[in-house]
Ligand binder design. Structure first.
Ligand code: HEM
Length: 723
């Protein structure tokens, strides 16, 4: 025998817990559904305890004291990681920007709203080299102010105050970003197998004529946005411009905001590449314990100050890199630039000719001067015709540039927080901004019972009532807190025309509900939700249960002028496991799409099961299709979906149309038709366990109550006005 055991005679296999992440029990079945994404940041693992409310904790924060401490920290250079020119501003801004800049509009995930930069994979992305130091520099403040300030807020505050300290009049700041406490499992960052894998590598995010896979916004695995050296590391400002435009559009930024952000970002700070990148140790997640959570350690060279290597490019963009000024455009537009290699071997642009006095000074010794540099993305701001027009305008009108930048920075760092009601603190700007999806306050003092009576007598079916309320609420996503029933945007473009909303049926139902709203003083948004509640109460009654669905009035109706219709397009449902509908065939299995949507809606696997089971028996399938409704008592809130799904008196046979016939084993007759998503609740072992609980005879009433609890959660998911 080959003795590979470190302790001869004993079993060489380590028994005990599976504590490493290299393989999991489920890897044997790669097609199994990963329900874990629905069970993140559970109360059981919450280190703050169940009663902790960040919004409440923030009330005790001395915001002035924190700001004063932050100002002092920005200029308090530490020997272990000295500040360039004695000012940490550039580093802190890059940290805040990289935190916010992972946001993408397609699924609202990413962004700086949860403090996810502290955890893998983002803490160890190649683009985030040295930001571990930036966060560690903030630790004394986090320690001092404790739970009264989240990491997520602290990171964005650091960047914002850095600008303030360098002379920019910022647009404002809102606290309120709540921290997560372990990595996110639901975010798809790409399929490549290597960091910075070039286009066309295994799992490439590009297809066709450089079409970037959705929902991704970054161009490479491990980058926040675009490659600074050029597409796939090959300098070509026009090609880079194409990438920048797409990446920033997917961060919700237009051309003007993109130029403002890039220029404003590089008005301060510098690139770090004065050394040998191969001497950097592993990223934080792969580093040894003695690195204590830091990464990219350089134990063979000095590796700090002027010898820091982060991106590998080297140099500042402007003559005064610790000052908010117009130096970026002066530099970019008034010089010719040529390609050079940095000391670390990265491509960068340097001026063909520049006066000695215009060169930025060394970070440690002001008597030494270095060439300024431009990344390929900076050159795009000059070479791309549209970007150039904007650059020239900013150059000529510095006040306008500052104003556009300040607003774009505010948007960048707050967009993923959702509605303004979530911002806290004295520096929240009063102005309503269209990208906040504003909703006016609605009335609360109307006769709720009277409205419900009118709805009940309106002749609308249970299916119509429940479906319309569901469709108005289901757009909500917890990722960036957009969508939802509040605002009644379901009656506006583009939502009223979405195929998933069945426009004709929707128009018919709204034509009944609108006059009821108008006559009562309630908002249509409230009436739509009330309609759903009335439908559920009727359905529960038909199943033998007298219940009242909880309701909080006060939703408002947004107008078309308050709605950036184009920005709502990303919220269009293309599938809905709850309404048993798929717009078209995707490469992804419909049950995975359902899980993704469920995660975005903030529901657990059990809540998902409850809701699907209830929606099926109330006949809310898309288009009123009969498949998926396996009950003889449609419209009653029974557990029939689960009872029939788990009944061995039936068998399940695939049909040519991708559906399943439910046949009576004895008679051989087809009784109902099911979809793939329906059958997942009987086939997946975890979902089946939930389904079996509801199929038990003793749980009929529990089901009604669980359904109502989950339903109410969905209807109120966007009630930030109640916070
Ligand atoms: C078009 C996209 C952009 C590219 C390709 C890019 C690229 C880079 C690179 C390569 C560095 C050097 C990092 C290092 O070695 O330390 C850097 C630094 C920096 N970037 Fe950007 N950037 C972009 C956009 C932005 C934006 C939008 C902002 C903020 C609004 C920003 C703010 C900064 C700051 C402040 C630094 C200096 C960091 C320091 O002084 O330590 N950048 N950027």
């Amino acid at each position: 025998m080959n003795d590979i055991s470190p302790t001869p005679g004993k079993c060489p296999v380590m028994h005990g817990g599976v504590t490493s992440v290299d393989s999991s029990k489920m890897d044997w079945w790669p097609k199994a559904l990963n329900l874990d994404i629905l069970h993140q940041h559970d109360t059981k693992t919450n280190p703050f305890g169940p009663g902790f409310k960040y919004r409440e904790a923030l009330k005790a924060l001395d915001m002035n004291a924190l700001k004063n401490d932050m100002k002092a920290l920005l200029n308090d250079s530490q020997d272990w990681w000295p500040a360039d020119w004695g000012h940490y501003g550039g580093l802190m801004i890059r940290m805040a920007w990289h935190s916010a800049g992972t946001y993408r509009i397609a699924d609202g995930r990413g962004g700086g709203g949860r403090g996810n930069q502290r955890f893998a994979p983002i803490n160890s992305w190649p683009d985030n080299v040295s930001l571990d130091k930036a966060r560690r520099l903030l630790w004394p403040l986090k320690k001092k102010y404790g739970n009264k300030i989240s990491w997520a807020d602290l990171i964005i505050l650091a960047g914002t105050m850095a600008y303030e300290s360098m002379g920019l009049k910022t647009f404002g700041f809102g606290y309120g970003r709540e921290d997560i406490w372990h990595p996110e499992k639901d975010v798809y960052w790409g399929s490549e197998k290597e960091w910075l894998a070039p286009t066309g590598s295994e799992g490439s995010r590009y297809s066709g004529e450089r079409d970037l896979e959705n929902p991704l916004a970054a161009t490479m695995m491990g980058l926040i946005y675009v490659n600074p050296e050029g597409v796939d590391g090959k300098p070509d400002p026009l090609k880079t411009a194409h990438d920048v435009r797409i990446t920033f559009a997917r961060m919700a930024m237009n051309d003007e905001e993109t130029v403002a952000l890039t220029a404003g970002g590089h008005t301060v700070g510098k690139c770090h590449g004065n050394g040998d990148a191969s001497k950097l140790g592993p990223a934080p997640e792969g580093a040894d314990v003695d690195e204590q959570g830091l990464g990219w350690a350089n134990h063979s060279d000095r590796g700090i100050g002027r010898n820091t290597v982060s991106s590998g490019l080297e140099g500042a963009w402007t003559s005064n890199p610790t000052k908010w000024d117009n130096g970026y455009f002066e530099m970019l537009l008034n010089h010719e630039w040529e390609l050079k290699k940095s000391p670390a071997g990265a491509w960068q642009w340097e001026p063909v000719d520049i006066k000695e006095d215009d060169k930025p000074v060394d970070v440690e010794d002001p008597s030494i001067r270095h060439n300024p540099i431009m990344t390929d993305a900076d050159m795009a701001m000059k070479m791309d015709p549209e970007y150039r027009k904007i650059s020239e305008r900013f150059y000529k009108d510095p006040a306008y540039f500052s104003e556009v930048f300040a607003r774009a920075w505010f948007k960048l760092t707050h967009r993923d927080m959702g509605p303004k009601a979530r911002y806290i603190g004295p520096d929240v700007p009063a102005e309503d901004l269209i990208w906040q999806d504003p909703v006016p306050a609605g009335h609360t003092n109307y006769d709720i019972g009277g409205v419900k009576t009118k709805i009940a007598a309106s002749g609308l079916s249970v299916s119509d009532l429940v479906t319309t309320a569901w469709d108005s609420a289901r757009t909500f996503r917890g990722s960036d807190k957009r969508g939802g029933a509040n605002g009644a945007r379901i009656r506006l473009a583009p939502q009223k025309d979405w195929e998933g909303n069945e426009p004709q049926r929707l128009a018919r139902v709204l034509s009944v509900l609108e006059p009821i709203a108008a006559a009562s003083g309630a908002s249509l948004a409230d009436v739509i939700v009330l309609a759903g509640n009335v439908g559920i109460e009727k359905a529960a009654k038909a199943a033998g249960f007298d219940v009242t669905v909880p309701f909080a009035p006060g939703r408002g109706d947004a107008t078309a002028a308050m709605t950036d219709a184009e920005s709502f397009e990303v919220l269009e449902p293309l599938h809905d496991g709850y309404r048993n509908w798929l717009k078209k065939d995707y490469a992804v299995r419909p049950e995975e799409l359902m899980l993704d949507r469920t995660q975005l809606m903030g529901l657990t696997a059990c809540e998902m099961t409850t809701l699907v089971g209830g929606m099926r028996v109330m006949g809310t399938n898309h288009g009123g299709a009969k498949h998926g409704v396996f009950t003889d008592r449609e419209g009653a809130l029974t557990t029939d979906f689960f009872v029939n799904l788990t009944d061995m008196g039936y068998k399940w046979k695939p049909t040519d149309q991708g559906l399943y016939e439910i046949q009576d084993r004895k008679t051989g007759q087809t009784k109902w038709t099911a979809t793939r998503v329906d059958l997942v609740f009987g086939s997946n072992s975890v979902l089946r366990a939930y389904a079996e609980i509801y199929a038990q005879d003793d749980n009929k009433e529990k089901f009604v109550h669980d359904f109502i609890a989950a339903w109410t959660k969905v209807m109120n998911a966007d009630r930030f006005d109640l916070l």
